[in-house]
Design a protein around this ligand. Structure first.
Ligand code: SF4
Length: 762
């Protein structure tokens, strides 16, 4: 295969697309796949993708329907899995050729395109290059560091949503048997706000709806979410909502193609026809205006009930299932139109139109993603959405409920398996009963606290199991410096990424099996399991020969590390767990509620759905009822001469990794160094379209963070609301800028100014 060149930054802009998917999506997926690997491996991978007994897409966590299409995946899913199944390889010769300092200068794109990692590598103290190390020595090195620490809390174990259920369960078991709850995960950076708000108000930190609910809903509100890029098969569900007579309303600062029109490549009408209009109404809201919108909507519902008693609110449900209604109603009646119009940038007519749609709907689903969770007031916003649904009784009934849409395949499952810096008492007790040791009770570090702890020298060993922590976290310079202060950094990975170039004194790369790789252990071929966004637990089984004979599964790595660190004589049979993943599932069945008969049920077609207590009318809250809450909003309006900036993903990217330098749907080609600005804002700022600017964020303590040499792109985003790509713009988010209660970095609410670069033109 030809060597990978660094992409040239050569921006061209075409009009944004007005529809998503269709034939071009299929063509792009195939083009990318065939550039990565052979037609045979492409076919083997794609024919098994998202099929019963096949490979679960490592992309987002959108569920599969009961009746599956033979091509049950989207453009991005095809890219994700063939990106992993690539035939390119990163060998010891590659590392000998490229010193770490050189790799650190390479782009995320270039690093990813080098291919699959093939053997364990170590960078020793003072060394300039990674060099090969045997598995035994690598595991021994980590165990030596861990056993030498003054306290287990000087280590932390990060997880991304790629890790399967069994691996996640074993990782938290190992960390807790070792003695720490330092288990930050990528949830800390994405849906922590959802878990926090839903746990408080409904007693469970997950969504309540199933795919079938989308087919029955009268109204689906898609808020702060771009399904066309981040959860593309969700468009198929929304298309079905429309076909069944339901309506869809999109609330977003950006007019995304997937929210406008969807050409379903699985239907003839999507191939040759006009496709389906998705959003019946598009509310182009300002960044951070969602709480104000829902608060006003709730006031309007109360007033509509006043006008026609007994026709708007679900009084029976409110009486029977909820608490706190009176205080909430009193609070929300004080919401002022003028303040809401300022915070949202919407018109009175737009909000009244939405009110009309809500009043005409009995079964309502609200979906959301990072556009809500990554704001300072992400948690109160989601609490207010719960208020909204409770008023209409749209919780716990078919066709209605909450739907936080997860962007990474097993991020929800990892949390179910106990990956959390907080250890709930029932889980702690169950672990103690099952394994006979006393897990630590003190909360550990989440991602933000973990960076602070590394920065301050309190954490000395960082181990990342999957993911790209350095790139995913906020305040990139601070995060990188924190990692560099560690005695040891360990990255368990399939491919090269930026985190491998940010080394502790000693750094290890441990290459692992991907989703698409066959996993054979001492007792034979294994499968693992995942949980999707709608709490369906099912198997995933790799079909390809592993990228190298020297790879270990994550489970094997964790088990071997546990044995070396904790010794072999304890009560946890790590060796047997490594040999037979079914034994891990037997233990999960005894520790985690809802997993009874795990091994038997998970191999049934489609697996099984975890119980949703809310749908049974059970609320594990303090009052035993669904809780109304009182929330206050403040307008996120930037001072004069400034914008509020959000980070967004391009269509041709997955999480931290761009697959090309394009963002097809938004009309951006050959560059990621752009900042989208409303044309009227550009006028007001006196800056031209395509001008070269530095993007500078300003933080409360007077410090500034700078992104140099970006081009402005005049774009129809909401007034005052700019956008730049994630992860490039993460450096602008101060470490201390976090959401209340959830501690999630505020990637969607950064106050910035644009500083024209002399001679940067337009
Ligand atoms: S919708 Fe998500 S899970 Fe499904 S194929 Fe696309 S990326 Fe993968």
């Amino acid at each position: 295969m030809p060597p990978i060149e660094e992409p040239q930054d050569d921006l061209t802009v075409t009009p944004p697309k007005t529809w998503a998917a269709g034939v071009p999506a299929v063509a792009h997926a195939l083009e990318y796949s065939l550039a990565q690997t052979s037609p045979r491996r492409t076919a083997l991978t794609l024919l098994n993708l998202n099929q019963d007994g096949g490979i679960d897409c490592p992309g987002c966590a959108w569920p599969e329907p009961k009746k599956r299409h033979k091509n049950e995946y989207c453009e991005n899913g095809a890219k994700h899995v063939t990106d992993e199944a690539t035939s390119r390889r990163v060998t010891r010769e590659f590392f000998a050729e490229h010193p770490v300092a050189e790799l650190a200068q390479k782009s995320d794109y270039w690093l990813n395109q080098q291919g699959r990692l093939t053997e364990p590598m170590v960078k020793l103290p003072g060394g300039t290059h990674y060099q090969p190390i045997g598995w035994d020595d690598a595991i021994g090195l980590i165990a030596g560091e861990l056993t030498g620490l003054a306290s287990p809390d000087e280590a932390m174990f990060y997880t991304s949503g790629r890790l399967n259920n069994e691996g996640a369960f074993l990782l938290q078991l190992f960390a807790r048997a070792y003695g720490t709850n330092n288990l930050p995960d990528c949830s800390n950076m994405c849906h922590e706000s959802s878990g926090s708000a839903l746990g408080e108000t409904l007693g469970v930190g997950k969504g309540t709806v199933s795919l079938e609910d989308f087919y029955e809903a009268d109204l689906v509100l898609v808020v702060g979410q771009n399904p066309g890029t981040n959860h593309p098969r969700m468009l198929t569900a929304l298309e079905q909502t429309k076909h069944n007579g339901g309506q869809v309303v999109a609330v977003n600062p950006l007019p995304e193609a997937g929210l406008k029109r969807f050409k379903n490549p699985q239907r003839p009408s999507g191939v040759v026809g006009r496709g389906t209009t998705i959003a019946d109404q598009f509310l182009q809201i300002r960044l951070g205006g969602d709480l104000a919108l829902f608060q006003l909507l709730n006031r309007l519902l109360l007033e509509a009930e006043d006008d026609a008693p007994g026709t708007v609110l679900d009084r029976v449900f409110i009486e029977r299932d909820t608490a706190g209604f009176e205080a909430f109603a009193e609070h929300v009646r004080r919401t002022e139109w003028a303040e809401v119009l300022e915070a949202t940038g919407l018109t009175r007519e737009e909000i009244e139109e939405l009110r009309g749609r809500v009043l005409a709907s009995k079964k309502i689903i609200v979906c959301w993603a990072m556009g809500l969770t990554q704001h300072r007031h992400g948690v109160p916003t989601i609490r207010e959405i719960v208020n909204f649904l409770l008023l209409r009784g749209s919780i716990g009934r078919p066709g209605a409920g909450v739907c936080p849409v997860r962007g990474h395949s097993n991020v929800q499952g990892d949390r179910t398996m106990g990956i959390w810096e907080r250890l709930p008492e029932p889980f702690r007790h169950a672990l103690e009963e099952e394994f006979g040791f006393a897990p630590p009770t003190e909360p550990g570090y989440d991602s933000v606290h973990g960076v602070r702890a590394m920065r301050d020298g309190k954490v000395k060993v960082f181990m990342g199991v999957a993911g790209n922590f350095v790139r995913a976290m906020s305040d990139s310079a601070v995060t990188e410096e924190a990692l560099r202060r560690c005695r040891l950094t360990v990255q368990v990975s399939t491919k090269l990424n930026r985190s491998h170039t940010v080394c502790g004194e000693t750094a290890l790369i441990l290459p692992t099996l991907g989703r698409s790789d066959r996993d054979v252990q001492a007792t034979g071929e294994q499968f693992v399991t995942v949980e999707n966004s709608m709490s369906q637990v099912h198997t995933t089984r790799g079909r390809l020969d592993p990228a190298s004979p020297h790879l270990l599964s994550e489970i094997a790595i964790i088990c071997r590390l546990a044995r070396r660190t904790l010794g072999t004589g304890g009560s946890i049979p790590w060796e047997h767990f490594e040999a037979d993943y079914g034994l891990v599932r037997d233990r999960i069945a005894r520790v985690v509620p809802g997993f009874e008969d795990f091994n038997e049920r998970v191999v049934l077609p489609g697996g099984f759905r975890l119980p949703s207590p809310v749908n049974e009318g059970v609320y594990r809250t303090g009052s035993g009822r669904a809780e109304f809450s009182c929330n206050d909003f403040t307008s996120l309006v930037a001072p004069a001469g400034h914008l509020v900036l959000q980070t967004v993903r391009s269509h041709d990217q997955w999480n931290t990794i761009p697959y090309t330098m394009d963002d097809r749907y938004r009309g951006i080609h050959d560059s990621r160094h752009v900042v989208f600005v409303n044309p009227d804002d550009l006028d007001e700022l006196g800056i031209e379209d395509r001008a070269l600017v530095d993007v500078v964020s300003v933080w409360d303590d007077g410090t500034e963070r700078r992104l140099e040499g970006f081009r402005t792109v005049s774009y129809p985003t909401a007034r005052g609301s700019g956008a730049a790509y994630y992860p490039e713009a993460n450096c602008l988010v101060p470490l201390d800028s976090v959401a209340e209660a959830s501690n999630t970095p505020t990637y969607k609410g950064i106050v910035v100014r644009l500083e024209p670069v002399a001679g940067g033109g337009g």
